[in-house]
Design a protein around this ligand. Structure first.
Ligand SMILES: [Zn+2]
Length: 243
């Protein structure tokens, strides 16, 4: 029988064989070159409550794999960190952990572990989602609903998503703030950005969770990197930006 020495060399050096014994640490959600500016969200089809599951996973799927799918998406667009460094200087790795409520994964430091301490960091740290005690998928859906049906009562939103009414109220408040910040930023950076001029009524576009209509505006990057598109309308529920 023919014996090919290179075959054995490849086999022993093949990472897929090593993986079975000891999975390689994941130091990032997606390859570094996948990460793109948040503005690239504009290149996606318009996100709405009907297609958002395609990007962030099925709302009813509580598996770790589904969680990973969502974080890969968020990391790709800079909505969460794709990699992190521990205060000790070590590179944090992504660890599956069912005790990480809602998220099912978190950052951990192997260097700290070798020194006998446990360093865990939430994958939400530093993001819009930090300190929000609800699944991120729900937050997206509540945002989409707020944009598409701004007249829905707090009670009905809370009931349909199984969250506390105060939580919904806080979220809506933050969405309003963000939208206002977004608008001010766009108006400041674009002197010719006029949504109807003085006294205009500005409404959240029902289909533009992320997509800025007319592609005229810059997107809100800080403090939350949350992005909303807006659309001028003559009537409807609205914000008086200029009074
Ligand atoms: Zn560390």
């Amino acid at each position: 029988m023919y014996h090919d020495p290179s075959y054995h060399f490849q086999k022993s050096d093949n990472s897929s064989f090593r993986q079975r014994r000891s999975p390689p640490r994941m130091y990032r959600f997606v390859p570094a070159h996948y990460v793109c500016p948040v503005e690239d969200l504009l290149n996606l089809p318009e996100l709405n409550s009907r297609n958002i599951d395609f990007y962030i996973g099925d709302i009813d799927d509580t598996s770790v794999e589904n969680s990973r799918k969502m974080f890969d998406f968020l990391a790709t667009y800079g909505l969460i960190d794709n990699e992190r460094v521990c205060p000790c200087g070590g590179q944090l790795s992504i660890s599956r952990d069912k005790s990480a409520k809602h998220d099912l994964m978190e950052w951990r430091c192997n260097d700290c572990r070798k020194r006998g301490t446990v360093t865990k960091v939430s994958v939400r740290k530093g993001s819009f989602f930090q300190n929000m005690n609800l699944p991120i998928r729900k937050l997206f859906h509540i945002a989409a609903e707020w944009i598409e049906n701004p007249g829905n009562s707090l009670e009905s939103v809370a009931q349909s998503w199984g969250v506390n009414k105060n939580t919904v109220s806080e979220l809506h408040e933050r969405f309003r703030d963000l939208t206002h910040q977004w608008f001010e930023r766009v108006a400041k950076d674009n002197v010719d950005f006029v949504l109807g001029g003085r006294g205009a009524i500005v409404e959240i576009d029902e289909t533009s969770l992320f997509k800025a209509k007319h592609n005229r505006g810059r997107l809100l990057l800080k403090p939350t990197q949350w992005v909303f598109g807006m659309l001028e309308r003559g009537t409807g529920k609205a914000y008086h930006i200029f009074t």
